[in-house]
Design a protein around this ligand. Structure first.
Ligand code: ATP
Ligand code: MG
Length: 399
């Protein structure tokens, strides 16, 4: 798993970054230079985003520190516009690149892709249709998986709102991205917002934008609705929204327009909405935890991602796909560090049997983690069952 460290004194920058980053990254937050120097040693990040003006030191002191020099992760300097002299200093001091605040999600992701050498592993915001077909983001050949792909193909072009339901780790995020890339909007942006991680106080400014001075420290900027204009807005974990936020979202969805905090001027947006939840949303509607009117706005077309235990025949293919993915990443890392590469790895028959008989309550995410652990633990090409570490407590609960 890639480790990314963000150093910035402003908690709002951390909250925004967490929303932008794909869930498969390990993300550490530091608010001061001292904290950052300690975290450098503990977490050994692969990439650092660092504000140059920190409360206790200059961000460039981190770049010059022994801890940094020993590891040499990629260093991206960040600064407010108007502080360009600081950015020039950072680049002279050896920063790999810089971003000017407020940072756009697409610039952040492009930077991650560039410096972690993730060609294709981070889904591009704009992808030609043919390339997506070739890449086949969604692995799996079981009848359940074929049915899912059929549904995606049938719905992608419609432009209608889609609600994706399914247990945690079943691929709802991937399905949303595939729906976007197969749609006529694929040349527009895809914005994913984790509604569960969005603090109540930030919801309006993040979603709908703000005017300068709308609240303390408010800067003039657009929200996710406007940023996604011409493309797709993915409202992930929508079932986690509190009742007041459900009302605000409903209004924006009904009107297809937003009003910046601190303004009265409505701005029309042309977006396709895809929402996802791993909660039992029908039960939530029945118990009035989730508003019925919002549910019916979202549940226009519906896709249910099948649990892994209902498509066990896909497990060997998933294992192969994930081993190949980790091997490709390791080779890119070895090349970058001028180290010799390693041969590809595979599971022996007993290991595969152990993998196919587990019930996988955490679905594909759990399987991917188990494969990753085995990949790194086993130094041989042939991975035996002793390297398959299944969570016993989870296993017992699910069996
Ligand atoms: N069909 C698939 N082929 C390859 N990888 C998959 C597939 N489905 C899921 N994955 C991988 O499994 C992991 C979990 O998938 P994802 O994040 O899309 O799940 P989710 O349903 O959104 O989970 P949650 O409800 O917890 O957010 C990711 O690493 C994803 O890349
Ligand atoms: Mg998800």
């Amino acid at each position: 798993m890639w480790n990314i460290l963000l150093v910035d004194a402003d908690p709002k920058v951390h909250a925004r970054a967490k929303l932008m980053l794909p869930p498969d990254f390990s993300f550490s937050s530091c608010y001061t230079g001292i904290e950052a120097l300690e975290t450098l040693n503990q977490k050994k990040p692969d990439l650092i985003f660092c504000e140059i003006s920190l409360p206790d030191m200059n961000g460039l002191d981190i770049l010059r520190s022994g801890a940094f020099q020993a590891m040499q992760p990629a260093f991206i300097a960040i600064s407010r516009s108007g502080n360009t002299h600081l950015i020039v200093d950072a680049v002279k001091a050896g920063a790999d690149d810089y971003l000017v605040k407020p940072c756009k999600a697409r610039d952040v992701l492009a930077t991650i892709r560039k410096y972690l050498n993730l060609n294709g592993a981070l889904y591009p915001w704009k992808t030609p249709r043919a390339a997506v077909h070739a890449a086949r983001l969604l692995a799996g050949e079981s009848p359940a998986m074929k049915n899912l792909r059929r549904q995606i193909r049938a719905y992608a072009d419609t432009g209608s709102t889609i609600l994706i339901t399914g247990e945690s780790g079943t691929g709802k995020d991937l399905v949303a991205r595939e729906l976007h890339t197969l749609s006529p909007r694929s040349s527009g942006p895809f914005y994913a917002v984790n509604c569960g991680a969005l603090p109540e106080t930030l919801f309006e400014s993040e979603m709908f934008g703000s005017e300068k001075g709308a609240y303390t420290d408010a800067v003039a900027r657009s929200g996710f609705f406007e940023d996604a204009n011409g493309g797709t807005l993915f409202l992930d974990e929508v079932g986690e929204l509190s009742a007041p936020l459900q009302v605000k979202l409903l209004r924006a969805l009904e009107d297809r327009q937003v009003v910046h905090l601190g303004s009265h001027r409505p701005i029309a947006v042309d977006i396709r909405i895809i929402a996802a939840t791993n909660r039992d949303i029908y039960a939530d509607v029945a118990s009035n935890r989730f508003r019925g009117d919002l549910f019916y706005r979202l549940n226009v077309l519906r896709i249910r991602t099948p649990s892994l235990r209902d498509r066990k025949e896909d497990i060997p293919l998933f294992c192969y796909t994930f081993l190949r993915e980790f091997h490709t990443r390791q080779m890119a890392f070895s090349r970058g560090n001028r180290k010799p590469g390693t041969p590809p790895k595979f599971f022996c028959a007993d290991a595969l049997k152990k993998l196919t008989t587990h019930s996988w309550p955490g679905n594909i995410r759990e399987l991917k983690n188990v494969v990753q652990r085995a990949f790194f633990l086993c130094e041989d090409s042939r991975i035996g069952p002793e390297y398959i570490e299944l969570e016993e407590s989870v296993n017992r609960k699910s069996s």
